[in-house]
Write a protein that binds this ligand. Sequence first.
Ligand code: SF4
Ligand code: SF4
Length: 364
Amino acid sequence: MTNKTFLKKVQRNSHLLPYILSPRNNFSRLINEIKILRHANSPILKYRPRKLSIYITSRCNLSCNMCGYQSTHSSGEFRTTSRYPDMDLEKFKHILSFFPEAYSLTLTGEGEPFLNKDIFRMIDYAKNDRHYHIDTSTNGCNLTNRQIQDLVDSKLDALQISLDGTCPAEYKHVRGGTEQQFKNLVSNIKLIHSLKNSQKILLQINLSFIITMTNYQNIPRMIDFAIELGADGIHFQNVVDFHTEFAKNNRPLLTTDTDAINFIDSIRKPPALKRLILPLPYHPNYGNVKHFVPCPHPFASIGINTNGNINPCFQINTNECFGNIFTELDTWNNGSFQHIRENLLHGRMPFQLCATCPAFGEGI
Ligand code: SF4
Ligand code: SF4
């Protein structure tokens, strides 16, 4: 590894240093990090995952137009067909115990994480007993005032809220939600922001928008709106092609869309924001990209659902059986993981979905 790559890696994870250096777990996180820096990437890894995505529910209160998991317009290929029960605290603790080296935790699911009644107890345990950096996401329109207060009181580090519009019509276009749901969402974001300020807590609030060729020109307006609502960061994500009706009618931005790319390149981060992630255009034919840069996720993280099914990639649902932590000895280096890493290291896409995934090209 060159010094430049080393520094890039350190810089990318600098906010996680206190978690890596934590003396808990007998410095196993630090030792694992040293192994990550020392060992070259290969299909079988000599280190353990540093990031966990725990799938705590497969239920959702929405059925968004662009969602591969839940949309009723989805072709079915990516839909969550085998539902699993919501995870409870005991199962959560048991799953974390398999990965003592990990220090970054995403509470996720193929649905809305805040439908899981144990979510705050999980955050409490993961922070106080395990000292994780914790983030989660929400569609935000169903949160109660009680949940919002618990959320602000919890030790969550970052919350991503899917906003996807500056008015009910834009919101409906992407999410399929009603005017009332949009109003609830906006007032919930405002409440989180005001409680956060009055209690002086550090929770990072990131608002996200799905971007397509049909709405990229609204980005400046979306930025103003998100700042007005108190966002710390904004994440614009080029639409992933989950083969939904939405993706058919609202195609992603491609590197060949010169006008759109120039428009996006001219956008600068306003000082009010800590973080602005602009949409990454996809190559029209990723399989032939000359300077191929593989996606980092199957080399750093693992997803696990309530049943113990693992997932090497956060875009794919946990229906597909890539392995199970309760029945296999080493899921992290099992045949599925090796196959996926082998493909990435040889410049091949392990999934068709990679062609329209923002992580493709991020670099290991
Ligand atoms: S809120 Fe999330 S999981 Fe639920 S339908 Fe929408 S995109 Fe899918
Ligand atoms: S690039 Fe492919 S493997 Fe990586 S996260 Fe995206 S879909 Fe998954």
